[in-house]
Design a protein around this ligand. Structure first.
Ligand code: ATP
Length: 420
């Protein structure tokens, strides 16, 4: 049997050993659960999110644990028996082992403390329903057997995605979105019963019962996946995309532009947050109507709303950008839009436009004319709106190469003063 625990970072092992001692003091048992156990078994890197299940009274444990770890309690919900403690780089979620009852589809469940085996059964997929006990000898974390009552290892070995009971997607339709992410990331195939449940849940329209916020959370997690294109491809194959973003389809062009963005190491790839650019690239081919629907359906944060509005406004100008003859014309056209929208344009369009957008971002956008407002006043331009107008024209003339230095700039200003 694999020794899973020793694959954990030694610092994390140390934290868990301390936790085991504290749990024993209050008569509780601690378990490592969820995705970490799955990823340990698969020998994948372990991220910063760690899930611990507490069999016993979690409320006696939170504060002593945070103190012993020198961590910060960043969330605490005594009614749900959950808490989050942040320790250095790790975000450790603790939850009391429980059963869940869903009185209606797609609403949050009623929860009740229960032993670990029941807690594993209430989870989404067999591969996420495994646990390893946290036991220690002093500072030393000891290896412990994998608890796998639902056949997670057999499913991992067969690369199978399997729901744990036939009401699972009705209870919580977010599992459809979790499932597609997991299946795409780990190259899993749903078993026959799970595939049938997915088809039935989509047919029954369960996703429409979820609040937009819950879907949005899953969509953000999709954008953070190592390969969002693979998730979209699979979601399209499963028939999920029309329920989430009508009009969205996986296409080779979408895959190609996401991979172009991912492989690019230039400065442009760092101009806007990753998730925002990926979202823009995913949405780029949607019609104006479909993009407007996204804006109506989801309560997106301002940068994402601006991005979508900018894409709607920018796309009709692509032909103008291609035909523009001067840098200042392109500058005037692109200047009103967010940097994220322009970065999306860069990765989503054909090479000739990409080259123009790249020059705009690298050379033209950062360019400052050789004179500023104070210089103009010293040259006799009266204070008032004329300064701003002249600065804009000065910038355009500099972009177009008519002004190369301070001297030619001053000559240009004097000429304009005489002309006006
Ligand atoms: P990832 O690698 O995507 O972070 P994860 O499985 O660790 O995967 P979390 O969202 O941190 O994802 O969830 C931790 C565990 O909690 C899951 O492995 C699963 O056992 C359980 N879980 C999370 N969400 C659900 C859900 N909607 N229904 C049932 N169980 C869930």
């Amino acid at each position: 049997m694999k020794d899973l625990i020793t694959r954990l970072d030694p610092k994390l092992q140390h934290l868990l050993a301390r936790a085991a001692a504290l749990a024993a003091d209050v008569g509780a048992t601690l378990w490592l659960v969820g995705g970490v156990v799955r990823d340990l078994w698969l020998e994948l890197p372990i991220g910063r999110d760690i899930d611990l299940a507490v069999e016993g009274d979690i409320n006696q444990l939170i504060v002593p644990l945070a103190d012993a770890w020198d961590g910060t309690i960043t969330a605490r919900h005594p009614a749900f028996g959950t808490a989050t403690i942040t320790v250095g780089h790790w975000v450790i979620d603790l939850a009391q082992t429980r059963t869940e009852r869903y009185p209606k589809p797609a609403i949050l469940p009623e929860v009740q403390p229960a032993p670990l085996t029941k807690d594993l059964y209430r989870r989404d997929f067999s591969i996420n329903a495994m646990a390893v006990q946290i036991i220690a000898d002093g500072d030393q974390l000891l290896s412990a057997p994998l608890i796998d009552p639902l056949g997670g290892v057999a499913d991992l070995t067969a690369r199978r995605l399997r729901l744990l009971h036939d009401q699972s997607l009705r209870d919580d339709p977010t599992r459809l979105l979790r499932g597609v992410r997991l299946a795409a990331r780990l190259q899993l195939t749903p078993d026959a019963a799970t595939a049938a449940q997915i088809a039935d849940a989509l047919e029954a329209g369960y996703l429409a019962l979820l609040s937009p916020e819950r879907i949005q959370t899953e969509l953000c997690l999709t954008l953070e996946e190592p390969d969002p294109a693979a998730v979209i491809a699979l979601a399209d194959q499963w028939g999920l995309t029309p329920h989430v973003i009508p009009g969205l389809h996986w296409t080779p062009a979408l895959a190609e532009r996401l991979s172009r963005y991912r492989q690019d190491t230039s400065e442009i790839s760092r101009l806007a947050p990753d998730g925002l650019v990926i979202a823009g690239l995913v949405l780029y081919d949607l019609s104006d109507d479909a993009l407007t629907q996204v804006l109506h359906r989801y309560h997106l944060p301002a940068p994402a709303r601006n991005l979508i509005q900018d894409l709607i406004a920018l796309r009709p100008h692509i032909a103008t950008i291609a035909a523009a003859t001067s840098p200042s014309a392109i500058d005037t056209l692109l200047q009103p839009y967010s940097i994220a929208a322009i970065a999306v344009l860069h990765y989503a369009t054909e090479t000739s436009i990409q080259q123009v957008v790249s020059r705009y971002l690298h050379e033209w956008r950062p360019l400052r004319p050789p004179l500023n407002g104070d210089d103009l006043r010293h040259l006799g331009v009266p204070t008032g709106p004329q300064i701003g107008q002249l600065l804009r024209r000065l910038r355009a003339a500099t972009l177009d190469g008519l002004i190369t230095d301070r001297t030619t700039a001053e000559q240009w200003v004097r000429r304009h003063l005489v002309d006006s």
